[in-house]
Ligand binder design. Structure first.
Ligand code: IPM
Ligand code: MG
Length: 373
């Protein structure tokens, strides 16, 4: 029997390409696992009205963790138009499967390391090494949204908040509402994860990013909670910044930041910004993590125009595999894989188009695999 059971969810577009690269490297490392394919993605939305079929979630529950490729997502109306004709107008609503997975498996912590590997021609600067901790289940991604705004919801808000009145004049059918609901537990958890990481890796500071001067309640809760948590880690400094200023500082002095923690939406934005500082989405790996389960995925999308061409950079996926190995406790294998990726980047002989090369995704994976074995 294999040591691990890994749910294998390639998804759409280049998700398939980079998953082949992942497999090539895992096999070269003689990683002792059984890989179980799961249906997910646009094809299943169109044919079944569900991009994340129940059978996939049931299968995942019997595995140690998931490796996930990429997904095509489209806005509500466009998604509805692509449904199989028999499924049209039956009340199927498209909801991003990765967001669904994060919520249904309570994968509350999204870790997104952004490292400038020496020799990467796409590095914005050298010496950037930032770990982003993004709260992964709450905030604006909580899914509590309305359009049009129901009268009942309007009335309750109007009775409870003087600022609601001014929206009444537009008419409820002209009002959309997305909520940003955050819990103290959610804030505490993500900030604690960030501090624990800082402690384990000897980082001097943790930066908590929000906008408490405007989003007084949610932002305020995040900052107050961060201060409380920071009290347990006297050797680590807590830096508090606003999201807008933080974007500016990341462009100005990215080397200053080691660990950044933020709620869901701000974490989403910051992680794309930081990804670009270290070479773009081709280098952006991530782990969606809970106490007992995790889903690892490159942050990039499905890039449908490149699907099956093996053109995109597989490094984001290979680094996600590295995170998976770490999480499973396979520290030596994780380190070997990261060293191999770093060596291939430094050597610079085999590169995909984004790095100025003309090699395929598979050729990059092959040379990484050779470095390991
Ligand atoms: C990410 C992506 C997702 C998100 C999308 C695909 C729903 O941008 O993982 O950062 O917004 O979380
Ligand atoms: Mg994103």
């Amino acid at each position: 029997m294999s040591k691990y059971r890994i749910a294998w969810l390639p998804g759409d577009g280049v998700g398939n390409d980079v998953m082949k690269c992942a497999r090539l490297v895992l096999d070269a490392m003689s990683f002792n696992a059984e890989y179980i394919h799961g249906d997910i993605g646009w094809e299943f939305w169109k044919s079944e009205g569900n991009a994340l079929p129940e059978r996939t979630k049931t299968m995942m529950q019997k595995t140690d963790c998931t490796l996930f490729g990429a997904i095509t997502s489209k806005p509500k109306e466009e998604a509805a138009e692509e449904l199989r004709p028999e499924l049209q107008d039956q009340g199927f609503v498209y909801f991003s499967p990765i967001v669904q997975l994060r919520q249904e498996f309570n994968l509350h912590t999204n870790l997104r390391p952004c490292k400038a590997y020496p020799g990467n021609p796409l590095n914005y600067r050298e010496n950037i090494n930032i770990a982003i901790f993004r709260e992964n289940t709450e905030g604006m991604y909580g899914g509590v949204e309305f359009y049009p705004l129901p009268q009942e919801v309007f009335d309750v808000l109007d009775r409870n908040h003087p600022k609601m009145k001014k929206f009444g004049r537009f008419g409820l059918s002209n009002i959309a509402m997305s909520t940003r609901i955050m819990s103290k537990q959610g804030c505490e958890n993500i900030v604690t994860q960030a501090f624990e990481y800082a402690k384990n890796f000897g980082c001097k500071s943790v930066t908590v990013v929000d906008k408490p001067n405007v989003l007084r309640e949610t932002g305020g809760l995040m900052i107050r909670t961060a201060r409380e948590v920071a009290g347990n880690y006297p050797e680590i400094e807590l830096w508090e910044t606003n999201i807008d200023a933080q974007c500016m500082w990341l462009v100005k002095n990215p080397e200053d930041y080691e660990v950044i923690v933020a709620e869901n939406m701000f974490g989403d934005i910051l992680s794309d910004l930081c990804a670009q500082l270290v070479g773009g989405l081709g280098f952006a790996c991530s782990g969606n993590i809970s106490e007992n389960y995790a889903v690892f995925e490159p942050t990039h999308g499905s890039a449908p125009k490149y699907a099956g061409l093996f053109k995109v950079n597989p490094i984001a996926m290979l680094l996600s595999v590295k995170m998976m190995l770490d999480w499973l406790g396979e520290k030596e294998k994780a380190t070997d894989l990261e060293s191999a990726v770093a060596a291939v980047i430094a050597e610079g002989k085999v590169r995909t188009y984004d790095m100025g090369g003309s090699n395929t995704s598979l050729e990059v994976a092959e040379v990484v695999a050779e470095q390991i074995s």
